[in-house]
Design a protein around this ligand. Structure first.
Ligand code: NAD
Length: 499
């Protein structure tokens, strides 16, 4: 009840309409205690249809607004996020279970991507291209794309929307967001914050950025609707396997940000203090519930015993618990299902010869706190080959860099990777060999910056969002050729001389 009261105060301060989270049919719970904190209204098929109609109309108006002016809306969004940062971060802690510094970090990421997108709104550059025909000019021009659907996962309940929406909006698109059904309150808060920015902006079209609360069926409605030009879907590979063929069937664009099974290598020359911190945060931070969490660790034989002993000591001393009650580094798992999957993976690891430290549940009741698990494995077999969305680190010994790179790449996912080494040759060989979308030297697999393009290869889906030139996926490219001569030379020297 105490947490529910605090949630009420936070939502009131962010000015979320009370009816949206008190009068609904979908219970919302906090993983901190398992208690119910709200009853949220769900979008039915008619509401989804209406929202998509509004989004399509909003797009038709918004695409004509000059891009730097569109950037002004995103600048105001960044200002509103700054003003509500503490409240929104606290809600992230309550609804997703993140420790306070990670909750605050997630909102900071939203603010940072707004800044990035504002600058981008004056830099949506196309190329001018040399033409083979005299008296001609050829160029490419980027145009707004349409309605962008965003489907997001529970573990980044607000940042993923911002990565997509800030960029999509400056590119001239409208946005419809289907957040995780496990985190509807943070989504309602973000929508209220956006609405405030839009009100200050003045003449933003109605329905420019909308929210659809619901489960997978609401996501499917976005995926299957021809009015949605691009779906950016973040979640499990299982979800991607359903979404990708449906989008392909109607030739819609997809940005898929799916599961990871991220590996880190500790080489003989590594700065072991730095490696210890990088691996510990990568593997235990966010209770192992990041797509970039370190799940596989390869330690060179020559340093294995000493390094793994220090890592075990870190696992033994890390503080786990309710982040509202004490200064902890590891909060709860999201729900019972996550706990059960963790226990299944540990049982399978044991059956495959793994030696387990940790993994036990702490406390009881409706919340699920666990000691992070470190599992020494004889090889990369069984559950090591898959992502289990929980704090399990599989540790393996290696002897040779080429052999361990082959092993590192021999999993289905391809999101993030890291090596700890002070040997520049080894670092470069790793960067060339890693098949992931993210490859780091002397930092962990977890925690990317918004300036880079984020995403991974293989079963991680191949999508890229956030920084660099990811914006191009939110626009359509037209190649324009203008003939300012009085002749009509054909390309490739083709002649078509009429008699
Ligand atoms: P999930 O796949 O269960 O759900 C993600 C979202 O997809 C939710 O909004 C859900 O309602 C929706 N969804 C589920 N099935 C759908 C379907 N058939 N059609 C349309 N929508 C559907 O994932 P989760 O448990 O919320 O999040 C954890 C997973 O997300 C992990 O696998 C993690 O690695 C991944 N993740 C990836 C990234 C990335 O950027 N690569 C980021 C965060 C999380």
């Amino acid at each position: 009840m105490v947490i529910a009261d605090e949630v009420g105060r936070l939502l009131d301060r962010i000015e979320v309409d009370r009816a949206l989270w008190t009068d609904g049919s979908m219970p919302s719970t906090t993983p901190l205690t398992g208690e119910q904190i709200a009853m949220v209204q769900v979008a039915d098929a008619a509401a989804i249809d209406e929202a998509l109609g509004k989004a399509a109309a909003a797009f038709r108006a918004w695409r004509n607004v000059p891009a730097p002016r569109r950037g002004e809306l995103v600048r105001l969004l960044g200002e509103e996020l700054r003003a509500s940062k503490d409240d929104l971060a606290r809600l992230v802690t309550i609804e997703a279970g993140k420790v306070p510094s990670e909750g605050a970090g997630e909102v900071q990421e939203m603010i940072d991507i707004c800044d990035f997108a504002v600058g981008l709104s004056r830099q949506l550059y196309g190329l001018t291209i040399a033409t083979e025909r005299p008296g001609h000019r050829m160029m490419e021009v980027w145009h707004p794309l349409g309605v962008v659907g965003v489907i997001s996962a529970f573990n980044f309940p607000v940042a993923v929307w911002a990565w997509n929406a800030a960029i999509a909006l400056v590119c001239g698109n409208s946005v419809v967001w289907k957040p995780s059904e496990k985190t509807p309150l943070t989504a309602l808060a973000v929508q209220a914050i956006f609405d405030r920015a839009a009100a200050r902006f003045g003449d933003a079209p109605q329905g420019l950025a909308q929210l659809l609360i619901g489960g997978p069926e609401a996501g499917e409605a976005l995926v299957d609707d021809r009015r949605v030009a691009l779906v950016s879907a973040t979640g499990s590979t299982r979800m991607g396997r359903s979404v990708a063929p449906r989008l392909a069937a109607r030739f819609a664009r997809a940005i898929l940000e799916l599961g990871g099974n991220n590996g880190a290598i500790v080489a003989p020359s590594a700065d072991l203090d730095l490696a210890l911190r990088g691996v510990a945060f990568g593997a235990m931070g966010t209770a192992g519930q990041r797509c970039t969490t370190t799940r596989r660790l390869f330690v060179h034989d020559s340093i294995y015993e000493g390094f793994v002993a220090r890592l075990k000591a870190a696992y033994g001393s890390v503080a786990v618990g309710n982040p509202l009650e004490s200064a902890v580094l590891v909060g709860p798992l999201i729900d019972r299902a996550a706990f059960e999957m963790m226990q299944q993976a540990l049982a399978a690891a044991k059956a495959a010869g793994g030696v387990i430290l940790g993994g036990e549940r702490i406390g009881e009741g409706a919340s699920f706190y666990v000691k992070p698990a470190l599992v020494e494995m004889p090889g990369q077999v069984g559950p090591v080959l898959e992502e289990t969305f929980a704090p399990i680190l599989y540790v393996m010994r290696y002897y040779d860099l080429d052999a361990v790179m082959a092993q590192h790449n021999d999993v289905a996912a391809g999101l993030s990777s890291a090596i700890f080494t002070t040997d520049v040759r080894e670092a470069e060989r790793f960067l060339a060999a890693s098949d992931c979308g993210i490859a780091n030297v002397n930092l962990g697999t977890s925690g990317a910056e918004i300036g880079g393009a984020f995403g991974g290869e293989k079963e991680t889906g191949g999508g890229r969002e956030s920084g660099s030139d990811s914006w191009r996926q939110y626009m359509r490219r037209a190649t324009n050729t203008v003939n300012y001569s009085d002749a009509l030379p054909l390309a490739q020297g083709v002649s078509f001389d009429l008699p």
